[in-house]
Design a protein around this ligand. Structure first.
Ligand code: IVH
Length: 673
């Protein structure tokens, strides 16, 4: 393609992709499949690679990330980022309304009802976005309110932040809002972290702000952050009021909460608050209150600011359910990767519909900061987290003889001296080969359904086998003999046979799952799959250089180092050798190897209709495995139309008119055989 046509195509793709983004992330109404979207994006990236001079900073390709920011530049805010005064009760709000009326020279009362805008108070981190001629040029965090960090590259990966605006926007303005991590995203990340033995993220707010501080924007892109905007600032705004400008901003392409309401008078505000006090639990993101703003800019200006916050707005904070109870003891749990988690054992107390007996104390720093001691009355809160947390100590009730909590120095399970890595919050027990919960935890992971899938070997049996000394590591599982098992308690002939059979069957588990099962830290299911497909065998993986590892999709510094560390250990190499001689699969099967061919390189397929042998998704995967491309619609570029039953007549006609070859499922199989 020549440069002029590339430029045209890049423009076309960019517009199309941004529209699809908008449809998906703002309108919640996608019109193409993820797959088709990815294809368009791939095409764009390929063209930009070929013509780097055509890469524009507002290209949708920037959303994929990949730029590393070593240090975020500090930027002074054009308009300081103030915070809001807080309120906690109806009285506080009536008082706010009184001050507003007074400030505007009016008497508080029905006849002088102020136009207020009520918005939810999103619980994330605030961000200020600058748009110049409709293009996002800068994203800055709040920082200390005067200056913040330039996180533009990271912000560009957030799909709901438009890179380019539509319609009639002012030539230069700032828009502010809250970046947050949706609950479902947070839950999924934690589920995955648990699977690969990493400490869970504490809450969506910290997760969002931690993510925005990441140096690698590709990492940010994967974390699926979202952003609501709630304040426009600039000289040429279209309206003289907040609510109308927010509606305008929505038309330019910003994500504005549909729950914001323009209300007349403080009593309507109180109704709004009482509705959302409970309704908020149905939202897929966390909110910690309501923000009330005077709508009219002239009135805002008249009211002005205090040193810290505007007089024309206030935050109402929802009451988090809270109780106080006695901290009876602190215990320390050791996870599969050796991470230590301190847990508070509480005198049971009802809170938010359940009885709370335990609360997380997170790590040594938090214990130190809160100065919690056994015997204290502590305040427990059910916030966004599933496990309740201790938010403070009732010092008025502290006993005279209370002892400062001294964090353990040795593993409560195996007695090894604990360590703590620079920058990590949790201590860990380094005795991974000998610390019982670590060994048993690794075995449980190994036999898990998504790993080796030995369901006849559950946590209890592992415990039993470990206690009697039959298994000390995952390789020992394959040395088990039926005679050894039948003599064990609660083990009959049949269950022993089942266990042996289950272990035998697991030898057929494909390489990618074996790779996940052996439990290399940070190597989750998807990563294991990607690595397996790329390296094809464990031998290649063991001998891969760091650069080679880094070239694999999904593998970054941390994972590469973790892999290297795993194989550098003699005991791990021995375990692998034993698993290998037991017959586990340490390379891709013939079929998988072949699948990774380049037989369909340069060919584009369109799939249509219903098939007998494979699902459409399987066919698509087969095409990609063999180096071919999938496309959603027939064009001059289509090489083959893979046609099943009941295919639409339109497609058929189009293919015929363009001279596209039409093949059946059997023809296709023959092509890749
Ligand atoms: S308006 C001058 N609106 O709450 C007014 N803030 O202490 C600026 N926040 O730092 C803020 N949702 O991070 C506003 N709908 C909303 C908000 C909101 C969350 C956060 C924001 C700000 C803090 C106020």
């Amino acid at each position: 393609m020549d440069k002029a046509s590339a430029e045209k195509r890049i423009k076309q793709l960019s517009t199309e992709l941004e529209q699809h983004n908008h449809n998906y992330y703002l309108l919640d109404n996608p019109t193409i499949s993820d797959f088709e979207f990815d294809k368009l994006l791939e095409e764009l990236i390929a063209l930009e690679k070929q013509f780097p001079e055509l890469l524009s900073p507002d290209s949708p390709s920037q959303r994929v990330g990949g730029t590393i920011t070593k240090e975020f530049a500090s930027v002074k805010h054009k308009y300081p980022m103030l915070s809001l005064a807080n309120s906690y009760s109806t009285e506080d709000l009536l008082e706010f309304d009184r001050r507003v009326c007074e400030g505007l020279g009016m008497k508080q009362g029905e006849e002088n009802a102020i136009d207020y805008v009520c918005e939810l108070k999103f619980d994330g981190l605030s961000i200020s976005l600058t748009y110049e001629n409709g293009v996002l040029v800068q994203a800055v965090t709040r920082g200390d309110g005067e200056k913040g960090d330039d996180v533009t590259t990271n912000a560009k990966t957030i799909k709901s932040i438009p890179l380019k605006l539509k319609g009639n926007y002012p030539p230069l303005f700032e828009i502010r809002g809250e970046i947050f991590m949706p609950r479902p995203v947070f839950d999924e990340i934690n589920k995955e972290r648990e699977e690969i033995g990493e400490a869970p993220l504490a809450n969506p707010r910290n997760a969002a702000s931690g993510t925005m501080k990441a140096q690698d924007s590709a990492f940010v892109a994967k974390r699926k952050l979202d952003c609501f905007l709630y304040n426009v600032l600039g000289d040429n705004l279209p309206h003289q009021s907040h609510y109308e400008n927010m509606l305008a901003a929505q038309a330019w392409g910003f994500k504005i909460s549909k729950d914001a309401k323009l209300l007349k008078g403080i009593s309507k505000v109180l109704e709004f608050i009482s509705r959302w006090d409970t309704e908020r639990y149905n939202l897929p993101y966390d909110t910690d209150g309501v923000v009330i703003k005077v709508n009219d800019y002239k009135q805002q200006k008249n009211l002005g600011f205090t040193a810290k916050s505007p007089r024309w707005a206030i935050a109402y904070k929802f009451k988090a359910e809270q109780v106080s109870t006695e901290l009876q003891s602190i215990s320390y749990q050791v996870g599969r990767t050796g991470a230590i988690t301190p847990v508070a054992n509480l005198k049971p107390v009802p809170l938010g519909g359940t009885t709370v007996k335990r609360a997380s104390l997170h790590n040594a720093d938090i214990i130190e900061k809160l100065d919690v001691r056994v015997g204290d009355q502590v305040f427990v809160e059910k916030g966004g987290e599933i496990i309740p947390k201790i938010i403070g100590v009732d010092f008025t009730k502290r006993r005279n003889n209370s002892q400062k909590t001294i964090y353990i120095s040795h593993c409560p399970e195996c007695g090894t001296a604990l360590e703590r890595n620079e920058g990590e919050a949790n201590h860990f027990c380094p005795n991974d080969a000998g610390c019982p919960p670590q060994v048993k935890g690794r075995m449980e992971h190994f036999v898990g359904r998504r790993a080796m899938n030995i369901d006849s070997l559950g946590a209890e049996t592992i415990e039993q086998l470990y206690n009697v000394g039959l298994v000390k590591n995952i390789a020992d599982i394959y040395d088990l003999k039926k005679e050894q098992l039948v003599n064990l308690e609660r083990m009959a002939d049949k269950s022993a046979q089942n266990l042996i059979d289950g272990i035998e069957t697991s030898k057929q588990v494909p390489f990618e799952r074996v790779l996940y099962a052996i439990g290399i830290r940070h190597v989750g299911e998807t990563t294991a799959k990607k690595i397996a497909r790329k390296v094809k065998s464990l031998d290649v993986l063991i001998h891969s250089t760091k650069e080679e590892l880094l070239s694999i999709d999904e593998v970054g510094e941390i994972i590469a180092e973790s892999i290297a560390e795993y194989f550098s250990k003699q005991e791990n190499r021995e375990i692998i050798a034993r698993l290998k001689s037991a017959g586990l699969k340490f390379e891709l099967s013939e079929e998988q190897q072949q699948a990774g061919s380049e037989k369909l390189k340069g060919l584009t397929f369109v799939i249509s209709g219903v098939f007998n042998k494979h699902s459409r998704d399987q066919l698509k995967e087969m095409i990609e495995f063999n180096g071919g491309k999938n496309s959603g619609s027939i064009s001059g570029k289509t090489s083959y139309l893979l046609a099943g039953d009941n295919m639409g007549p339109e497609k058929l006609k189009k293919a015929q008119s363009l001279g596209v070859k039409i093949i059946s499922e059997d023809d296709f199989e023959a092509m890749i055989a």
